[in-house]
Design a protein around this ligand. Structure first.
Ligand code: 5GP
Length: 192
């Protein structure tokens, strides 16, 4: 998606350790008009797919997923929590995931009453690197008996293995910008 690639080129900052910062429009300050265009693009790419629910993970996925939902018949958005909260009660699906950015392990939790057997789920997230966050969300769908219809990603780092691995497993992964390479010294970012 050209618009997203242009924004990444203009405002993205490449950090050592293969981290791309896009917090001026995606991860901290949110450009809602861009989110809407991203939602349109996912709606085009997943046209004809049944989507009963969008599943994402806190925190950065929530805004993107909520705007995208307006392009999928205002379907409910469920975000997985990374820690126990007083707002989480009842029975829960729980999976463990490794956080690439923080270098630690997280628990991903969804209340059982918000994800049901046979529901068609579109997973949406901001970044795809090694795919660990997605592994956790997919595992939660499996626990629920829900069907993963597709996976919509804003920025995939194509030089990391998550996207290839998940596509080989048969998941329809639609990334709106795929970074081929990036250099922390020059700041240069290339797309596939
Ligand atoms: P994965 O689990 O695929 O390795 O990493 C995905 C998660 O890590 C995303 O939800 C995102 O929060 C974070 N992440 C991974 N790489 C980057 C990056 O280069 N920049 C930012 N901003 N977040 C990243």
């Amino acid at each position: 998606m050209r618009e997203l690639e242009e924004r990444i080129k203009q405002e993205g900052i490449v950090r050592e350790g293969n981290v791309l910062k896009v917090d001026s429009f995606l991860n901290h300050q949110c450009d809602v008009a861009l989110y809407a265009d991203m939602g349109d693009e996912w709606a085009r790419r997943f046209a004809g797919r049944p989507v009963d629910k969008i599943l994402t993970i806190e925190a950065s996925g929530i805004g993107i997923a909520c705007v995208a939902a307006t392009r999928f018949n205002n379907t409910p958005v469920v975000f997985a929590r990374k820690s126990q909260s007083i707002n989480l009660d009842g029975e829960q699906y729980v999976a463990r995931v490794h956080s690439y950015t923080h270098g630690n392990d997280n628990t991903v939790i969804v209340a059982k009453r918000f994800l049901n057997k046979g529901e068609h789920v579109l997973i949406i997230d901001d970044f795809l690197a090694n795919g660990c966050a997605l592994d956790g969300l997919i595992e939660i769908c499996e626990q629920a008996g829900a069907i993963v219809e597709g996976i919509g990603i804003a920025v995939e780092k194509g030089f990391q293995p998550g996207g290839k691995r998940l596509r080989e497993k048969g998941f329809d992964v639609q990334s709106l910008a795929i970074v081929k390479s990036m250099d922390a010294k020059t700041g240069k970012i290339e797309f596939e």
